[in-house]
Structure formats: structure tokens, C-alpha cells
Ligand binder design. Structure first.
Ligand code: NAI
Ligand code: NA
Length: 396
């Protein structure tokens, strides 16, 4: 069939398999162009199909020559209906990995559940013995708690006061004022339960118990800080509480890994267009201004540039991993540079519907958004008839 983007609100209901494959190939080419990284050899990526997790998997495989097991929650295709983008990404990744002679297998299901954890442990045991790197890159609006069965929902709300600021509908370029009501009873706890560190710790505990972590194993989860304009709704909002919890969990995991010399870190990443971030109010306007300034300064990065730099310049240098005073790895350093932030803050003051396409990078935002779903890639014939039924070669 011929696949076109079909939008509903802030999501795209279709995905393009050839475009998704192009995305994966582009990322692989980038990683290869940066040379070999003497790093991880056996890697588990939880949240491996899109965004930072996919780029982590690609960097592990094509930068470090590592075997990878990817866990994700994606919709396979059915006749006449496309898969979710992460499904096509993973199919393309496996195809390229296998061509390169690399071990790669995937597990599709709810990473929060006991069943998927158990299945993953068994696969590691059977095929690769142990892992020396565990990337935890889940972004989910819901989590069913494995002990209580309760379905928790995360929310993106300020804490205390109503938050009002500008936002943009990046499809139309319309800038408007929005107000977001503060968190109510249970919102903070629920958001922490979904996006905090509890599940990360559960994964590591389960792996360790079965002796599946190699000596000196590393584990990383991803966080965000960002600027003052998004602080009320992000870092000081409900999601920020979850990130505080995630960051604190790194220390307790490191404590629990003392006997094998293992370490847990949180890496603070740059704001980027992903399915997760486009759903957050205010962030798209900030990102469109940030992209403009970072591109002008020649320091713009996407998820693959971020992950490649994380591995090559922070994690695997042969020296201790550099961190800030809170123990966090900072690859948001270029985003947070004073000169960049000053320029973005000045543009923020001016931004309106009339000037945004000139002072912001709406085009770049929109292109990145379509790219997430496999659309708008150079070299892909979108008029061609494609088979939507694509299998992930070694899905468990
Ligand atoms: P994403 O939406 O691109 O990726 C989420 C991944 O989690 C996908 O592989 C998806 O299949 C998987 N997933 C979701 N629910 C699952 C479940 N129940 N079971 C198994 N897999 C599941 O998100 P993105 O943006 O790459 O986020 C990853 C992490 O990076 C998050 O912790 C996010 O907060 C953080 N981060 C994101 C930034 C951004 O600007 N996008 C900036 C800094 C940090
Ligand atoms: Na991810």
C-alpha cells in the first residue's frame, strides 16, 4: 500500500517502514563515521525502539560491536494497518545488525511486568550469559504495578500554582497562551510510580539475583533538567518529581552493586523531538527556539549524536566518568550553555504566531516529528507501493 502520514492531534497514526529503515541506516552511518568505541560488549536496552533508547542500541551495536537485546512495547502491523514506528525501527535495526554479524534479539511487551522481565532474563541466560551495560530508556504514560496490579497514570502538571505561559501548535505554527491546573491528590505519587526509578531498580535487582550482570556492569537511565521557562511544568512539576526519584535511585542501585563493582548513572540529555516530548505543553515552543539557536551556533545534536557522544566521550574513555555535583552525567551541556540559554530566553519573550517561523525552527521541529514516523526522509520514494507487513527477525 501507499502510506501517508495520518495525524490525530499530536500523534501520527501511521508509520512508514522504508522511512523507518532509512532513519536506522542514517544513524548507523553516523555512528560508524565516528569510529570504534572500546566499550560495552553485551547490552540490554529497555525502551530500545525509538528516541534515546534506539540510538543507544545503535551506538552499542555499531560503535562498540556489542550484542544487544532490546525490550520495547510496539504494535506489530496487520494487513492494511501499519505498525507503530518503533516496530519498523526494530525490524530495520535487526536486519542491519544481523548483516553485520552482530547478535540482536528483541522482546515486545510490557517492561513493567514480571513476565517480560522473566522472559528477558531467560534470553540473556540462554544466549549471552551476562550483560555489561543496561540502558533504561522507557517513556510511558502508564504503568501497571507488578505487585498491586494498580494502573498508574503519569501527568504533566505544575505543583502548587496554575502555570500559564506560551505554547505552540507546531502543525499550524499558532502561538497561544495556555494554563495548566496544578497537580491534584495522587498526581505526584502516580507520576513518580510511572516515571521514577522503582522499575529500573526492579530490573537491576532481578538481573543481579540471577547473576546476569557482568563484573563492573554499568546501568544508565535518562533525565532532563531544561530552562526556567519550562521549569514549572517540567523540572518543578510532577514529571520533575519522577526525575528526582530516578536520579536518587541511581545511588541506591550503585550501593546494591558494590560487590560486583557495578555502577548506576543518570545521564541528563538534551531536549529533542520524540513521541514523548511532543506531548508536553510548552516544550515544543522551547525546542523550536532552541533548535534555531543551536543550529546557528553549530552545536545542534539529535538522539544519535547525543548517544554517540555519551558513549565515546563520557562512558568509555578509560577514565572515571565525569559527573556534576549531583553525580549526573551531563550531555545537556551544550543546550545549557549560558550564551545559548540567553538567546533562547530573549527569543521566548518575542515569540508569537507572526514571527515564529522566522525566529524559531518550526520547520526543523516539524521535520523531526515526521521523521519519528518514518516520513520526510531524503532518498525514500513515498509514492511507492510498500508492504506494511514487516517482521522483526528475532522477536521473542
Ligand atoms: P520515546 O517515546 O522515543 O521512547 C520510549 C521507549 O519506551 C520506546 O522504545 C517504547 O517502546 C518503550 N516503552 C514505553 N512503554 C513501555 C512498556 N510499558 N514496556 C516496554 N517498553 C515501553 O522516548 P524518549 O524521549 O527517547 O525517552 C526516553 C527517556 O529519555 C525518558 O526517560 C525521557 O524522560 C528521557 N529524556 C527525554 C528527552 C527528550 O527531550 N525527549 C530529554 C531528556 C531525557
Ligand atoms: Na527511548
Amino acid at each position: 500500500m501507499i502510506i501517508e502520514p495520518r495525524m490525530r492531534g499530536f500523534i501520527c497514526l501511521t508509520a512508514h517502514p522504508t522511512g523507518a529503515a532509512q532513519n536506522v541506516k542514517n544513524q548507523i552511518e553516523y555512528v560508524k563515521s565516528k569510529g570504534v568505541i572500546d566499550g560495552a560488549k553485551k547490552v540490554l536496552v529497555i525502551g530500545a525502539s525509538t528516541g534515546f533508547g534506539l540510538s543507544s542500541r545503535i551506538t552499542s551495536a555499531f560503535g562498540c560491536d556489542a550484542a544487544t537485546i532490546g525490550v520495547f512495547f510496539e504494535k506489530p502491523p496487520v494487513a492494511g494497518k501499519t505498525a507503530s514506528p518503533g516496530w519498523y525501527n526494530s525490524a530495520a535495526f535487526e536486519e542491519e545488525a544481523h548483516k553485520a554479524g552482530l547478535y540482536a534479539k528483541s522482546i515486545n511487551g510490557d517492561a513493567f511486568s514480571k513476565e517480560i522481565k522473566q522472559q528477558t532474563l531467560e534470553l540473556i541466560k540462554k544466549d549471552i550469559g551476562q550483560v555489561d551495560l543496561v540502558i533504561y530508556s522507557l517513556a510511558s504514560p502508564v504503568r501497571q504495578h507488578p505487585e498491586t496490579g494498580v494502573l498508574h497514570r503519569s501527568v504533566l502538571k505544575p505543583i502548587g500554582d496554575t502555570f500559564s505561559n506560551k505554547t505552540v501548535d507546531f502543525h499550524t505554527g499558532k502561538v497561544s497562551e495556555i494554563s495548566i491546573e496544578p497537580a491534584k491528590d495522587g498526581d505526584i505519587e502516580n507520576t513518580v510510580t510511572v516515571m521514577g526509578g522503582e522499575d529500573w531498580a526492579m530490573w537491576i535487582e532481578a538481573l543481579k539475583k540471577e547473576n546476569l550482570l557482568a563484573p563492573d556492569a554499568l546501568t544508565l537511565a535518562y533525565s532532563y533538567i531544561g530552562p526556567e521557562v519550562t521549569e514549572a511544568v517540567y523540572r518543578k512539576g510532577t514529571i520533575g518529581r519522577a526525575k528526582d526519584h530516578l536520579e536518587a535511585t541511581a545511588f541506591s542501585i550503585t550501593d546494591s552493586l558494590k560487590d560486583i563493582g557495578g555502577k548506576a548513572y543518570v545521564s541528563v540529555n538534551k531536549a529533542l523531538v520524540t513521541q514523548a516530548s511532543s506531548a508536553i505543553p510548552v516544550i515544543p515552543l522551547y525546542i523550536s527556539l532552541l533548535y534555531k539557536v543551536m543550529k546557528e551556533e553549530g552545536v545542534h545534536e539529535g538522539t544519535i549524536e547525543q548517544m554517540q557522544r555519551l558513549y565515546q566521550e563520557h562512558l568509555y574513555t578509560g577514565k572515571p566518568i565525569p559527573t556534576d555535583d549531583k553525580g549526573r552525567v551531563r550531555i545537556d551541556d551544550w543546550e545549557m550553555r549560558d550564551d545559548i540559554q540567553e538567546k533562547v530566553a530573549a527569543l521566548w519573550q518575542q515569540a508569537d504566531t507572526d514571527n515564529l517561523s522566522a525566529i524559531g525552527d518550526l520547520e526543523g521541529y516539524s521535520k523531526d516529528f515526521y521523521n519519528l514516523f518514518g516520513f520526510d526522509y531524503q532518498g525514500v520514494d513515498y509514492k511507492a507501493d510498500v508492504n506494511e507487513i514487516v517482521t522483526v527477525a528475532s522477536i521473542e
